[in-house]
Ligand binder design. Structure first.
Ligand code: FAD
Ligand code: NA7
Length: 455
């Protein structure tokens, strides 16, 4: 019998988790592994964690994937994403603070990857153009544009793993009059450098993670004023002077924004922090996951297997408290199914399992419950795979503490320290306030005199 063939779409943290899962099976002595090809649009691994200065189109004319910006620091404690089999202590050789900048976190995430072992599976600069499933042959065909050879390629696969992320295609709402706004109008996806907005009056639309963080960045790097406009509810933090939250914007007249409570203000720039669309232009309707950003997208059994064709696997499609560990656990589970070590139940049983989770999901009323929900989801997968056990629930408690710390002081929560659930090491303190540390490079961060926390 010929070997099974697996296509992995995307080499960000989720796609890499899938590659590592198979690599772990190989190292454990499994000699009958499928043939794997991972197609990646960018020219390197890392997905969203690759900072790019580009916006719009990349060097090949493909939509730029990256939404990360300069000076981005981890938005949650590193102790909530620490790997059970690769601790921060092991990577850095010393304790570091709980909220590292992007480059430091990327160094850690990538540090665990055996790049030589992994890269041989990856075809870089190969955006996926189209995926089809043939009911008769029960095979997928995957067509990609190989920008290195300048040829389109089509190959057949038994399984397709979609790991293309979902924080890349802007959801860009329209507000009357915006077409005549004289300043810059951009989406968070295209935000790169807060210094551009120094001394400016900024309007931020959207009150979730991007709105909160980009507002804080703009404050840190000297914006004159920042107004956050919310649709459902304000973020509700005690913001410093110059940063305020107003209800929903209704329209613009020239550079003046008007809001539903009748207030108005002139702005120099508008940053839409209005979230992202799930966008799979390479999938036909019958294979395409259609959802919004939530903790339990419908039609995915175990949050992974597409209900009407479970040989189509989606990784990392949930909204995320937990990130890298969750992707790993999903990838390990998917690997076991692909290898035949785990058999999926029939469609009816899968549906009733999904419905139970969806019912639980509908009842969530606050963030703490949402954290517990995602923890329980991970625990459900973890209990039947050979991924190293990790303290999911304890990490959940740290997430809850993180929420409290943000409430206490949104501009200083990144100065808090937490204790590792893996090594029991307490993080060191930043030597000065986060607002005063402007250089976010790996070298500069690691050269800081971290302060040991005394019991
Ligand atoms: P991605 O990282 O998005 O990777 C998807 C990969 O698929 C990319 O390499 C892309 O090039 C590739 N791809 C896309 N389309 C195609 C195609 N058609 N063909 C081939 N390849 C394709 N998480 C945290 O844990 N901590 C944080 O502090 C944090 N901050 C964040 C800040 C921002 C601004 C954003 C947007 C996200 C942040 N996240 C954070 C969440 C982040 O999305 C995850 O950490 C992680 O990157 C998700 O991994 P992924 O592999 O699922 O998706
Ligand atoms: P999210 O978390 O999906 O949030 C999107 C926000 O945008 C949310 O507050 C929405 O309001 C708001 N939104 C969406 N459409 C509109 C319109 N039309 N008008 C006003 N406000 C709107 O996206 P983020 O970018 O913040 O976070 C995504 C990831 O990126 C996250 O994991 C981070 O790590 C980085 P709502 O509350 O729904 O009324």
């Amino acid at each position: 019998m010929s070997k099974k063939r697996i296509a992995i779409l995307g080499a960000g943290p989720s796609g890499l988790a899938q590659l590592r899962a198979f690599e772990a099976a190989r190292q454990a002595g499994n000699t009958d592994l499928p043939e794997i090809i991972c197609y990646e649009k960018q020219s390197d691994i890392g997905g969203m964690w690759n900072y790019t200065w580009r916006t719009g189109l990349d060097k090949n004319g493909e939509p730029v994937h990256g939404s990360m910006y300069r000076y981005l620091w981890s938005n949650g404690p590193k102790e909530c994403l620490e790997f059970a089999d690769y601790s921060f202590d092991e990577h850095f050789g010393c304790a570091i603070p709980s909220y590292p900048p992007r480059a430091v976190l990327k160094d850690y995430i990538m540090g665990r990857i055996d790049k030589e072992a992994i890269k041989k599976y990856i075809r870089f600069e190969c955006p996926v153009r189209w995926v089809d499933y043939n009911q008769e042959t029960e095979m997928f065909s995957v067509t990609v544009m190989n920008h290195k050879t300048e040829q389109q390629e089509t190959e057949l696969f038994d399984y397709v793993v979609v790991a293309t992320g979902h924080f890349s295609t802007p959801n860009m709402p329209y507000f009357e009059g915006v077409e005549a706004f004289p300043g810059r109008v951009l989406h968070a996806h295209d935000f790169r450098d807060a210094l551009e907005f120094a001394d400016k009056d900024i309007l931020i639309v959207g009150s979730s993670y991007s709105g909160e963080d980009i507002a804080s960045q703009c404050y840190k790097y000297g914006a004159k004023s920042i107004t956050i406009s919310y649709r459902s509810k304000p973020l509700g933090f005690e913001w410093p002077e110059g940063l305020q939250e107003w209800p929903l914007l209704t329209h613009f007249e020239d550079n003046v924004g008007h809001f539903i409570d009748g207030s108005s203000k002139a702005f120099d720039a508008i940053i839409m922090c209005t979230g992202y669309l799930f966008h799979f232009p390479f999938l036909p309707d019958e294979l395409r996951l259609q959802t919004h950003n939530c903790l339990y997208p419908d039609n995915l059994y175990k949050g992974i297997f597409f209900q009407t064709n479970p040989k189509l696997i989606y990784l990392g499609m949930q909204d995320q408290y937990y990130t890298f560990n969750m992707f790993d656990v999903q990838a390990w589970y998917a690997r076991d199914v692909i290898l035949g070590d785990k058999v999926l139940p029939d469609a009816e049983q899968r549906l009733s399992d999904m419905q139970l989770w969806l019912q639980r999901h509908e009842k969530l009323t606050d963030c703490n419950q949402s954290i517990d929900f995602q923890g329980a989801y991970i625990r459900d997968l973890l209990q039947s795979i050979d991924y190293p056990d990790f303290a999911v629930e304890k990490q959940g408690e740290l997430f809850k503490q993180w929420l409290l710390d943000k409430q206490e002081d949104i501009m200083r929560f990144r100065e808090k320290t937490y204790t590792s659930t893996i090594t029991n090491t307490t993080a060191t303190e930043l030597p000065k306030p986060w607002l005063d540390i402007k250089d976010d490079s790996l070298e500069s961060f690691m050269a800081l005199d971290f302060v040991e926390v005394k019991d």
